[in-house]
Design a protein around this ligand. Structure first.
Ligand code: FES
Ligand code: FES
Length: 151
């Protein structure tokens, strides 16, 4: 079956089964490899994208559930006001260590900032709780979100 999905403002025809995870389509069909595979079970956050602005685990999101929704990935998040602030703060604070989890971290942080321009520590912790970082960059992530919120 052919599905038309809108990713980063462009429509794409995708052939496949309806239960194919969006993550597979992004990486293997559309070549957008910035979104990472971690656990495949909605447990780590590495695969986070936005669907209509909501942070969503693409590893468990079947393509037949997307419909006309707008998918945004790490490749385009810097074009949004909140995404640009977050990415600048990430660089300024040198958040990244190995980097594997970081596109998911940035997608979750950007969704938080877009919905709550001045989040509290508790709101940051709550929004970021599902994004695991094996390198332990959590302190710098929180600092970067606070910097982005004050910029
Ligand atoms: S790969 Fe999707 S949450 Fe881990
Ligand atoms: S930076 Fe290495 S897993 Fe997060």
């Amino acid at each position: 079956m052919t599905f038309v999905i809108k990713v980063n403002g462009s429509g794409h025809n995708v052939d496949g089964d309806g239960d194919t995870p969006l993550l597979w389509v992004l990486r293997d069909v559309l070549g957008m490899t910035g979104t990472k595979f971690g656990c495949g079970m909605a447990l780590c956050g590495a695969c986070t994208v936005h669907i209509n602005g909501e942070p969503t685990r693409s590893c468990i999101t079947p393509i037949d559930s997307i419909g006309k929704s707008e998918v945004t990935t790490i490749e385009a998040i810097g074009k949004t006001p909140a995404g640009a602030k977050i990415q600048k703060a990430w660089l300024d604070r040198e958040v990244v260590q190995c980097g594997y989890c970081q596109s998911g971290q940035i997608m979750s942080a950007t969704a938080l900032l877009a919905s709550k321009p001045h989040p509290t520590d508790a709101e940051i912790d709550n929004a970021m709780a599902g994004n695991i970082c094996r390198c332990g960059t959590y302190v710098r992530i929180r600092e970067a979100i606070k910097q982005a919120a004050s910029s």
